[in-house]
Design a protein around this ligand. Sequence first.
Ligand code: UT7
Length: 332
Amino acid sequence: MIQPTGVALIGSGSASPDSIITNHHLAEMVDTDDEWIKTRTGIAQRHVAGPELGLRHLAAQAGERAIAAANLTSEDIDLIILATSSPDDLFGSAAQVQAELGASRAAAFDITAACSGFIVGLITASQFIRTGVYKNILLVGADLLSRWTDWEDRRTCILFGDGAGAVVLQASETDNLLGFDLHSDGSMNGCLTLGYEPEGQTLYGETQVSKGQYNPINMNGREVYRFAVKRVPQVIGQALAKAGLTVDDIDWLLLHQANQRIIDAAADRLKIPREKTLSNLAQYGNTSAASIPLALDEAVRAGKVKPGDTIAASGFGAGLTWGSAIFRWGHR
Ligand code: UT7
């Protein structure tokens, strides 16, 4: 009989392309400068993937490291969830990652929720474990938004970078996903899009099909900024309430890495000291679905985040979507 169980996050991994674009490089490409980018966003550089590097390669690298950190092998993995908005294959890249990893027993599927993808994936994975269906799940957040960036648009090209981060979730006696909350507001969809633009192709008579193309990322930065600063503290408060916790119980605030000013504003509104915020924006920029697990993995490997620490994480972005998960790191 299937027994409902708790969820533990037991291993992390990450990967990023070697190639780096600094603010100074960008200043040679568009009308911007290092000072503007640093003071408005906190970003100093971002990693970008060349044509030889697939989303599946980077995702698999991060996944392999997370599986090793969890002291498992790829054969132990029951399910792979890949949160991405930039798959190598629009039909989904999770199965490609499964093949790269040789995780032959694992089912695999993609989740598309932009910068909220990792949080949505974490909550989705937890349901499969809580119901007792799966024991070991690999969750990867990976994006190569450099593919979809308009490198002539100074409002957006300064923000995004490529990367992948992963965690292994395992069935456990204690439940370390303490609380969560998810929201969407599709009426604000136009604020941040990577949209398909249809173009008619006549097949016969008046029958047409749509043969268009995806346009580069388009964002109303001010609107998304306002949305994030309002919604992120709110949703963390809601997830904390569901967990029966207060901000004083939080060891680390781990937000989607979009803008240092958003991280600082959310921390201030929640009255969480800035020393408790995790940030690697300066090195990576906004890596979309990868940003939370990438920052988490770095903090775990640096010995900052320790087993038993309570983390308040929040993702937000295109959709618009936003959500929060409060979890304890490790098996304890
Ligand atoms: O991951 C998904 C979630 N995404 C986000 O959370 C992004 C949220 N938005 C932001 O982080 C910020 O809105 C940005 C960093 C994108 C922009 O910062 P801002 O302080 O909101 O700047 P702004 O858009 O209000 O622009 C201020 C000025 C404008 O000039 P005018 O109209 O005041 O003359 C822009 O044209 O800065 C100008 N500007 C730039 N100047 C130099 C915009 N981009 C640049 C640039 N370099 N790269």
